[in-house]
Design a binder for this molecule. Structure first.
Ligand code: MEV
Length: 436
């Protein structure tokens, strides 16, 4: 039987499921039931989700949790996080509480510049192209007047366009490198519309530019860049080393020194840096997702930034200066609090309300703090108790659920494992003993 189809997108949801199930599943399979059990009984809500993307056949749930007790620049937040991984929200909450009594988190937006490029080729004289560009630049800017009108009213627009000669890296390759301010929107549609208009105007003007003779520029493509090293936020915590002590840290100075060693390792060792930064992204992605932003864009931009000096490295840094421990991170974050899902998805709207309806700059600070907190919690665990103790404790429910533990069994197991180390086999043994 053929496993391909034409016109799949034209089928109704029921028909799509029917084709998938008869083509890819056994007759006895519970696929239909599984898909449909995630359908929302609220038709309007379901339709909203169906229309977010194409060929929707069900909804994919992620837990939506909250990490309370964050103090950021003196303001308290309960941060919404959408994430499936056990222990991430617990770790964020622990770090928030830890720093709540040590001055809280400080965060500052350093810049908010977005980037887009028109990529083109040109085989003629670079000098003539340069002259053409200076003549055409005001026309390029004027050609997007209608597109930028509303953005300008909100304080944004096109910041600049420059001509970049990349012919040494790739024969005949040039760019219009364009910078934008998109205020509270992530700005992808705005930027891409401007770029396509720049490309059109550039092409039209070039066709009547006498000095080009036969050699005309050829547009390859126009697209925003998710690499935004100048849309950047800094998050930081600091306190005197002796104040770092807590129930798990007998000696603040010793802890700080080991902590810094762990950061230094991630700064010079890519294998460690990737996992180190993955932990940071546990916090960042979860808030980005909960607030309806594009986590793939954020991931791509941040990992590129982590390699900006030629080798993939730690995003966080730490120091002790005059007895003060300082731990900080600078990350690029192109986020929006208007547009996209932010006014459509009911949970996204709620998440933003929970954060006090932040503007994009405030959201950048909150997201960066969530990343820094996550890394602090990970390094604190790794350099003291080890990661598995906390991680397995949080993973206990998943193991119990794998064995269909009842509510009574869960209560008994949680009690048992408050004083015993969680491992998969230890849970199996304890559950078997309890059941018998
Ligand atoms: C797990 O999701 C994240 C950690 O591996 C991060 C780290 O090693 O720093 C714990």
């Amino acid at each position: 039987m053929s496993k391909t189809i034409t016109g799949f997108s034209k089928l109704s949801k029921e028909e799509k499921i029917d084709w998938l199930v008869t083509t890819f599943f056994e007759k006895s399979s519970s696929a239909v039931h599984i898909l449909k059990q995630y359908w929302n009984t609220n038709q309007q809500l379901q339709q909203l989700h169906d229309e977010f993307t194409e060929n929707t056949i069900s909804n994919y749930y992620l837990p939506f949790g909250v990490a309370p007790n964050f103090s950021i620049n003196g303001k308290n937040y309960a941060i919404p996080m959408a994430i499936e991984e056990s222990s991430v929200i617990a770790a964020a909450s622990n770090a928030a509480k830890y720093w709540l009594n040590r001055g809280g988190f400080k965060a500052e937006v350093l810049d908010t510049q977005k980037v887009g490029q028109v990529h083109f080729t040109f085989q003629g004289s670079a000098e003539i192209l340069k002259s053409f560009f200076s003549e055409v630049k005001p026309k390029l800017l004027a050609s997007v007047a209608a597109l930028t009108k509303n953005m300008k009213k909100r304080g944004g627009g096109v910041l600049d366009i420059s001509l970049v000669n990349k012919t040494e890296a790739l024969q005949g390759y040039y760019q219009l490198h364009c910078t934008f301010e998109t205020v509270d929107s992530m700005g992808a549609n705005f930027i891409n519309s401007c770029l396509e208009q720049f490309a059109e105007t550039f092409k039209t003007e070039a066709s009547s530019y006498a000095a080009f003779n036969e050699e005309l520029p050829h547009i390859v493509m126009s697209i925003l860049s998710n690499y935004v090293p100048n849309c950047i936020v800094r998050a930081e915590v600091s306190c005197p080393v002796e104040e770092l002590s807590d129930s798990k840290i007998p000696d603040g100075k010793e802890f700080a020194e080991k902590f810094i060693q762990a950061i230094n390792i991630a700064e010079i060792e890519p294998f460690r840096a990737v996992t180190h930064n993955k932990g940071i992204m546990n916090g960042i992605d979860a808030v980005v997702l909960a607030t309806g932003n594009d986590f793939r864009a954020v991931e791509a931009g941040i990992h590129a930034y982590a390699s900006k000096d030629g080798q993939y490295s730690s995003l966080t840094h730490a120091s002790i200066d005059n007895g003060i421990f300082k731990f900080w991170m600078e990350v690029p974050l192109a986020l929006g609090t208007v547009g996209g899902l932010t006014s459509l998805h009911p949970l996204v709207k709620l998440a933003l309300q929970l954060l006090g309806s932040p503007n994009a700059k405030e959201l950048m600070k909150i997201v960066a703090v969530a990343g820094l907190a996550q890394n602090f919690a990970a390094i604190k665990s790794l350099t003291t108790t080890g990661i598995q103790q906390g991680h397995m404790k949080m993973h206990l429910m998943n193991i119990l659920n794998q064995f269909n533990a009842t509510a009574d069994e869960k209560t008994a197991m949680v009690k048992h494992f408050t004083t015993n180390t969680v491992s998969h086999s230890a849970v199996v043994d304890a559950l078997e003993t309890y059941r018998s």
